[in-house]
Design a protein around this ligand. Structure first.
Ligand SMILES: [Zn+2]
Ligand SMILES: [Zn+2]
Length: 299
């Protein structure tokens, strides 16, 4: 008699099982570097942009501390048809040259001549959009506008901010989750291929500056609901401001951060943030958590 599992395997093969494999094999794997050190105040011997690969199709860049103390992270994702650059940095770096080099390498490895590039943003603050002008007018390049209307239209978000949008890079669908609160046009991107969620300045190991407390609380609620129903491997933001010591951050403006908190956060930190923000609804106050700080500021 054929065992029950064999029948299950056969039926799965016949319908090309679409359910995620509990072993995690449904997501494309990669490796997060353990060290993102962005250097000190001197640029001598430090590349202006440090590039590290999660895997061959997802590259993470970090701006050197000597060029801007914010030292933001930028992300470059490759699909079959086009690539997407998420943020252009805080200025004083040649992002376009770095992206050119990375794209040429990818195209050569994949035996391709050229491909389109979409330049989008976690949000519109200057430390994430300063390099935009380097991409305006470039061939085969689309720079998504920075305001809510432009972001909404480009990613097809029907009702902002409660609906999701998306973009298909070719065999790589990214879901767009509107998360206003830190800034009106803030979005998170979910990469279905790797299970990575890119959360910008809304959720990262540092000071979460909240300008619209109501919008932020609702955004964290929606982000939490999304995370509960999706396979999430890593949540990666745009800065690191906390140290490895629990509850301790580097003071605002610190350039050299040799003992940084890891870049990635997990579900536990998001659920804790959601719970804290829910409890403070309407009267948000500065609250230090183990890995991040909720930091309301005037609009
Ligand atoms: Zn910001
Ligand atoms: Zn920022």
């Amino acid at each position: 008699m054929r065992p029950a599992w064999a029948a299950l395997l056969l039926s799965c093969a016949a319908i090309a099982c679409a359910h995620p494999n509990p072993s995690g094999q449904s997501v494309e794997s990669g490796q997060l570097p353990t060290n993102w050190y962005a250097g000190g105040a001197s640029c001598t011997g430090t590349p202006p942009i440090r590039v590290q690969s999660y895997n061959a199709d997802l590259l993470i860049m970090r701006q050197a501390a000597c060029t801007n103390y914010e030292k933001p992270f930028l992300y470059l994702l490759f699909g079959r048809d086009r690539a997407l650059l998420f943020d252009t940095g805080a200025g004083k770096i040649d992002v376009a040259a770095t992206v050119d080099t990375l794209m040429k390498g990818w195209l050569a490895r994949n035996h391709r001549a050229s491909m389109d590039l979409v330049v989008a943003h976690t949000h519109a603050h200057s430390d994430h959009v300063a390099g935009d002008s380097q991409f305006v007018g470039r061939p085969r390049t689309t720079v998504v506008g920075r305001d809510t209307a432009a972001v909404r239209a480009f990613f097809g978000v029907q009702r902002w901010p409660t609906d999701l949008g998306s973009i298909d890079l070719g065999g790589r669908v990214l879901d767009v989750i509107p998360i206003p609160g830190h800034q009106p046009a803030s979005i998170a991107l979910y990469d279905r291929r790797t299970g990575i969620l890119l959360t910008g300045d809304t959720f990262y190991p540092g000071r979460l500056y909240v300008r619209d407390t109501t919008a932020f609380a609702e955004s964290i609620d929606r982000l939490t609901a999304f995370v509960k129903t999706h396979t999430i491997t890593h949540m990666l933001g745009a800065h690191v401001e906390n140290s490895r010591t629990p509850y301790v951050d580097y003071v605002v403006g610190t350039v050299d951060q040799p003992d940084e908190h890891p870049l990635d956060l997990g579900r536990a930190q998001l659920f804790e943030l959601d719970s804290v923000v829910r409890s403070m609804r309407g009267r948000m106050t500065r609250t230090v958590l183990r890995d991040l700080t909720v930091w309301p500021v005037d609009r």
